[in-house]
Design a protein around this ligand. Structure first.
Ligand code: NDP
Length: 395
């Protein structure tokens, strides 16, 4: 029987909510398919109500009764960083490690070396850059994630942050809350998105969903990706393709970032690139914090080269209290929440259960969930991750 180690973010400071009385809503919409026809997760059963808080320690991704009924041991922890952490102590005999990008349990080569029984590392969500994939390959460890589970949740958050920056919502809200009514102060940095050039860096699941959601705002859409989208898709959204990000950023007012963190994308948004953007451009990056050069972003906001920066990803996570992105001017940062809305949690919890059911039954995992398997990049991973950047903790 297996030991399953689940690393989750801490419960709410006021305690774990009781469903449904402590929740804002009683239900979440029931969905079956993603836009590309891929089905939502199909576990044999779930032991939670969609809409419950599943991603924190007491939520346990809704896995305890299933795992214990099958005779497995479930250990749920939150303390994940440093050599004296619960994570370091518990991983030595774990067969399965499950972590979420919002609260990443960094599986460095040293930790993988210590985890002698580890067979599979599951990302409850999307983005397995917190796992050293080369080390996983060397040790024959499978890495899987719940592809598509929260892509649309992130796309919604992206659109929100684009509008928040361009219209300067944060300042206006603060004036309202603080009892003021000075319209001139409230609008001195407020613009309309309509008519702006918006550039999408990487038109994968999230990038395309952002394109589709922004199109009705009357913007001019641009993008770059390793491969061009089909001509009919480009025509439908009137998309301008650019060969690379260097060409893209010169021609836009707003950049949204949706590439995985790899060797090619780490540190890509650096001072040099930012200096080629139009003065007063905006960036929204919900992909990975390490794609941007932390200090170059701060400098560009301070000089006015950037009019705003938002996103919800940082390096490392959790970001220290004195991380400069918390206090830099004209930021609309959130902590890493875009992909862990309550409906998104239901999707990736169900997907994690589906992966576990297949893994314990010896059935092949869905190829779209696979990142590495049997010592090589596989499925989605073969496509997206063949060149990995160093996991954030090591940077
Ligand atoms: P997809 O795999 O669907 O899309 C990624 C896209 O990036 C693909 O189109 C891929 O191109 C492209 N790409 C990869 N490398 C490059 C490169 N060097 N230059 C240009 N394009 C590149 O993933 P998703 O859209 O679902 O997710 C994207 C990322 O968003 C994830 O990797 C993750 O880091 C992040 N994420 C963040 C979340 C959050 O909560 N903030 C939640 C979910 C994801 P191609 O396929 O053509 O090779």
């Amino acid at each position: 029987m297996a030991k399953v180690l689940l690393v989750l973010y801490p419960d709410p400071v006021n305690g774990y909510p009781v469903f449904p009385k402590d929740y804002a809503r009683d239900t979440v919409p029931a969905l079956t398919d993603y836009p590309n026809g891929q089905t939502l997760p199909t576990p044999e059963a779930i032991d939670f109500t969609p809409g419950e808080l599943l991603g924190s320690v007491s939520g346990e991704l809704g896995l305890r009764s299933y795992l214990e009924a099958a005779g497995h041991e479930l250990v749920v922890i939150s303390d994940k960083d440093g050599v004296d952490s619960d994570f370091d102590r518990e991983l030595v005999d774990a067969d399965v490690i499950i972590s979420q990008p919002f609260w990443p349990a960094y599986l460095t080569p040293e930790r993988i070396e210590k985890a002698k029984n580890l067979k599979i590392a599951i990302t409850a969500g999307i983005g397995s850059d917190h796992v050293d994939l080369n080390a996983a390959n060397e040790h024959g460890i499978t890495v899987a994630e719940v592809t598509y589970s929260n892509s649309l949740a992130v796309a919604e958050h992206t659109v929100m942050q684009v509008l928040v920056l361009v219209r300067d919502f944060v300042r206006q809200h603060r004036i309202a809350v603080e009892g003021g009514w000075n319209i001139a102060d409230a609008v001195e940095r407020s613009y309309d998105l309509e008519g702006m050039d918006v550039g999408i860096f990487a038109a994968g699941r999230i990038g395309r969903a952002v394109i589709e959601r922004l199109a009705p705002f009357g913007v001019h859409l641009h993008y770059t990706d390793r491969f061009r989208l089909p001509a009919e898709y480009e025509e439908k959204y009137n998309l301008v393709f650019h060969e690379n990000i260097q060409e893209l950023v010169k021609n836009i007012d707003v950049l949204t970032v949706h590439a995985p963190l790899t060797e090619e994308t780490a540190g890509l948004l650096d001072g040099e690139l930012l200096s080629t953007m139009r003065r007063g451009a905006y960036i929204v990056n919900p992909a990975r914090g390490a794609i941007a050069d932390r200090d170059a972003i701060v400098r560009a906001l301070e000089s006015g080269q950037l009019a705003g920066y938002a996103g919800d990803v940082w390096a490392p996570q959790p970001a220290p209290a004195d991380h400069p992105w918390r206090s830099m001017p004209n930021n609309a940062m959130t902590t890493h929440t875009s992909g862990t809305s309550l409906p998104a949690q239901a999707k990736y919890a169900a997907g994690t259960r589906e992966i576990l059911e297949d893994f314990f039954s010896g059935r092949p995992l869905r190829p779209e969930y696979l990142i590495v398997e049997g010592g090589a990049y596989a499925g989605t991973g073969a496509h997206s991750y063949a060149k990995q950047a160093e996991p954030a903790e090591a940077q």
